[in-house]
Design a protein around this ligand. Structure first.
Ligand code: AMP
Ligand code: MG
Length: 399
């Protein structure tokens, strides 16, 4: 069977991702959620002209050399002043609304007090140190578009407009099951032949980063009955099921047969490295992904194929990871027949963005994934020499 290209399978998956509904979510729980509607400002921010300084509000034209102004009122932030009489000044603090009649604020360090009256030492400009009404946002303005994934600053912005909740893609519940007789959980003692389950916390964390609720099915032993019971439990409690391992076609791989018995399954051989087998189908009507058991392959397959699918379900506009060009510091002399995602580190330099790769690109080396901050993409049939341009996908911050 010919290998299927990453792009082709990605397109097929995105076309098949079910449309998911929307719900109203409190801001406190909305980090990472996807906006289901365009959001427009209902008010001006700031709602009125206010002082950018601790100082005095006055009319710029009233400031004449040698003359002092009586201070007729005091306006802390949160208090409302009264209209400013011509030829007077108001003591004002940062954030307080500028009283009607005033057209400038002078900083307190540019003034002195003479016999209780204000002497201004620097002639002010009209409008000085005043933040105009609507300077940040004007009422009616489009603030954030449908399909945008909410980041920390967006939550602050929405709060500044008075939104306590927003309409976002409905909370997605994703079940994670780890197949393999050899697996034990961290904290348990390993017997001969056993290894720790690294996929479970890794997949759970990758899902949590998407704002998804993780339903943990735990370890599933390699029998048809256990596999079937786990698939039943997962599909009954979640909107998407992700399993790791057991999708090869060896005697100990039961996922394919059990999913087929409960629904439908495609098992693809993908032109992706690390990775290769990927199962996709439905279990009792619920979308199902069978990832390779190998943790490095599982990580890459999740990032490249499953993550975009989940983002599509959530209604995100941007579902594919952004790719950036970087200058290779490494040599990759052997062209491959599968698209490779090398575990790489991007380092900014005076020369622009440069990228180097982990010395061990074997799919058994999970420490390379922990080390990397990016994946460098090597297309089928391509080689790389130092100085060549390669595309990279960022996985996290550059530190
Ligand atoms: P499988 O896809 O089940 O044939 O597994 C492929 C390889 O990945 C084997 O070496 C497994 O022991 C390993 N593996 C499978 N699942 C996990 C897991 N959850 N954590 C760590 N290694 C795993
Ligand atoms: Mg297995």
């Amino acid at each position: 069977m010919a290998l299927r290209s990453v792009d082709e399978v990605l397109h097929q998956l995105l076309a098949d991702a079910p449309i998911w509904g929307a719900e109203s979510r409190d801001l406190a729980r909305a980090l990472g959620a996807v906006l289901a509607v365009d959001v427009f400002a209902q008010i001006d921010v700031p709602p009125a002209a206010n002082s950018a300084m601790d100082g005095y509000a006055l009319r710029a034209a009233d400031v004449n050399e040698g003359q002092t102004l009586p201070i007729t009122q005091r306006i802390p932030a949160g208090a409302l002043g009264s209209a400013l009489q011509a030829g007077s000044a108001a003591r004002i603090f940062t954030g307080a609304f500028v009283p009607p009649g005033a057209d400038a604020v002078v900083a307190q360090e540019d003034c002195e007090l003479l016999g209780g009256e204000l002497k201004v030492n620097i002639v002010p400009r009209t409008g000085q140190h005043i933040r105009p009404q609507g300077q940040d946002i004007a009422k009616g303005q489009l603030i954030l578009g449908k399909g945008h994934r909410l980041q920390a600053a967006d939550l602050g912005l929405l709060a500044s407009l008075g939104f306590a909740a927003v309409d976002v893609g409905r909370q997605l519940r994703v079940a994670v099951m780890s197949t393999g007789d050899e697996l034990r959980e961290p904290g348990e003692v390993l017997a001969a032949g056993q290894i720790y389950n690294s996929n479970r916390p890794m997949l759970a964390a990758l899902l949590s980063e998407l704002g998804v609720e993780v339903i943990d099915i735990g370890i599933v032993v390699d029998t048809p009955a256990a596999t079937r019971a786990a698939l039943q439990q997962a599909s009954a409690s979640a909107d998407v099921v992700i399993s790791s391992g057991g999708v090869s076609v060896g005697e100990e791989d039961h996922v394919k047969a059990q999913v087929e018995a409960m629904g439908s399954l495609d098992l693809w051989k993908l032109a992706i490295k690390p990775g290769k087998p990927l199962a996709y189908g439905r279990v009792a009507g619920v979308p199902f992904f069978g990832l390779p058991g190998n943790p490095v392959s599982g990580f890459v397959t999740f990032c490249i194929l499953v993550r975009p699918y989940l983002l599509k379900m959530l209604g995100a506009e941007q579902v594919l990871p952004a790719q950036w060009p970087a200058k290779a510091l490494f040599d990759w002399p052997r062209a491959g027949s599968r698209q490779e995602y090398l575990r790489a580190r991007v380092v900014p330099s005076t020369d622009g963005m440069t990228v180097d790769i982990h010395p061990q690109q074997s799919s058994g080396v999970l420490s390379s994934v922990s080390w990397c901050n990016a994946l460098a993409i090597i297309p089928v049939g391509k080689t790389v020499a130092p100085g060549d341009r390669v595309d990279v996908i960022f996985l996290r911050d550059l530190n």
